[in-house]
Design a protein around this ligand. Structure first.
Ligand code: SF4
Length: 63
């Protein structure tokens, strides 16, 4: 799995960091991906981050 962030949409709300703090670090107006290719053990956390991102800036790309 690969995570993609559209930084034009991201506003740094930090919902993703709450769902998966090992993978996302919300900054003032954007997010830093700490691991863009996490293993499948993170799938449920990443799916919640994608679902709850208020600007729909996140997506999962299957590899
Ligand atoms: S939840 Fe969405 S808008 Fe907020 S920091 Fe994460 S990616 Fe950006």
């Amino acid at each position: 799995m690969k995570i993609e962030v559209d930084l034009d949409l991201c506003q740094g709300h930090g919902m993703c960091e709450m769902e998966a703090p090992d993978l996302f670090e919300a900054e003032r107006e954007s997010v830093k991906l700490l691991d863009s290719q996490p293993d499948s053990s993170h799938l449920a956390d990443v799916e919640r981050a994608v679902r709850y991102c208020p600007t729909q800036a996140l997506r999962i790309v299957e590899e």
